[in-house]
Design a protein around this ligand. Structure first.
Ligand SMILES: NC(=O)c1ccc[n+]([C@@H]2O[C@H](COP(=O)([O-])OP(=O)(O)OC[C@H]3O[C@@H](n4cnc5c(N)ncnc54)[C@H](OP(=O)(O)O)[C@@H]3O)[C@@H](O)[C@H]2O)c1
Length: 303
């Protein structure tokens, strides 16, 4: 027997019968492109939230009444401003480059949250450098942190949920599109994020959202952690703005989240005028060469 139309229409997993009638929805909510996921109450795991973009995201999640498992290596030193509710916050010291620690994170999340509606794989870092020579551990460290960890977590989320809905968000980078001088290894890891996501998304069931964020230069500890006196590429955004745009993108189940409209426009224009990115890279290469000239030559074996 066919289901009456009013019961078949669904609003975020609830039948219209559960929510009252479609007539009472705000006008724009009747169109799928305007529908927004409700963040309130979401059981969330976030990695890399002791500073920068992750810290701003954590604040927004807590303010939105999410129950959050937050992790980083220095999570014990997490500082939240007064006024941010912490009664639904659970912290776990985790190094995401370690498989056993990620397993422990999922066990901890199962204990504290029961299930995970939203996983945000944000932890990551860069080297700003001239590659000194063959160095397996150097490559391994960044690929384990920036690539293997999020793929493993994505696989764990899929295994946990089967075909049930969830959101998985990973912080990629504009450098996933546009490799930058001094960031060979880092750009490689962020291109891997994009490459994996665009294929893996097609393996997921309806309602399972795999969302990649492509921030441009963001004013965080990222650059000072990448190397000494690392030049910051223009333009920049604040971590507060980036986090706000990420939350908007999550709510809209966007596959691709571009916190910077300028970068989005530049990448579209670059398809027609492909010299645009070349000029941008050339400008940044000048800054890189200047930076290189100030770097003391690395001693043999000093990594
Ligand atoms: N800032 C930018 O310009 C920019 C641009 C594009 C993309 N991104 C991406 O945005 C993400 C966040 O970076 P950010 O700019 O906010 O930098 P950030 O301020 O340095 O924050 C990085 C966060 O990741 C954590 N982290 C690093 N390695 C980790 C590990 N092995 N295990 C667990 N946590 C780890 C750090 O905490 P602990 O050190 O305590 O572990 C910290 O909480 C990264 O994925 C980065 O690649 C940044």
């Amino acid at each position: 027997m066919s289901t009456p139309r009013t019961q078949r229409q669904s609003v975020r997993g609830k039948s219209v019968a559960d929510t009252g009638s479609a007539i009472f929805l705000p006008f724009h909510e009747n169109f799928s492109i305007f529908k927004r996921m409700e963040l309130k109450g979401k059981k969330t795991v976030i990695t890399g939230c002791t500073s920068g973009i992750g810290l701003e995201l954590l604040k927004l999640l807590l303010v939105n009444d999410c129950t959050v498992v937050a992790c980083a290596r220095s999570i014990d030193r997490l500082e939240l401003p007064a006024g941010i509710p912490t009664d639904k916050l659970y912290k776990l010291k985790t190094d995401v480059s370690d498989k056993d620690e990620l397993d422990a994170l999922f066990t901890f999340a199962a204990e504290k949250l029961g299930s995970i509606d939203l996983f945000i794989a944000n932890a990551g870092f860069a080297y700003y450098e001239k590659i000194a020579g063959p160095d397996w551990e150097h490559i391994e460290k960044i690929y384990k942190t920036n690539v293997m960890s999020f793929i493993y977590c994505a696989e764990k989320m899929k295994a946990l949920h089967g075909d049930a809905p969830y959101n998985f968000v990973v912080t990629g980078s504009s450098m996933g599109f546009l490799s930058m001088p001094g960031y060979s290894l880092y750009s490689g890891t962020k291109a891997a994020v994009r490459g994996f996501a665009d294929a893996y998304r097609l393996e997921l069931a309806p309602g399972q959202h795999f969302q990649v964020v492509y921030p441009i230069a963001t004013k965080t500890k990222f650059f000072s952690n990448a190397g000494s006196d690392t030049p910051v590429p223009w333009p920049t955004q604040s971590s507060e703005t980036v986090a706000r745009k990420i939350v908007n993108g999550i709510k809209r189940d966007k596959k691709h989240i571009y916190p910077s409209a300028t970068f989005r426009i530049m990448s579209i224009v670059n398809r027609v005028l492909p010299f645009l990115f070349k000029i941008y890279v050339a400008i940044n290469n000048k800054a890189y060469q200047k930076w290189l000239a100030t770097q003391p030559a690395k001693a043999e074996g000093d990594k």
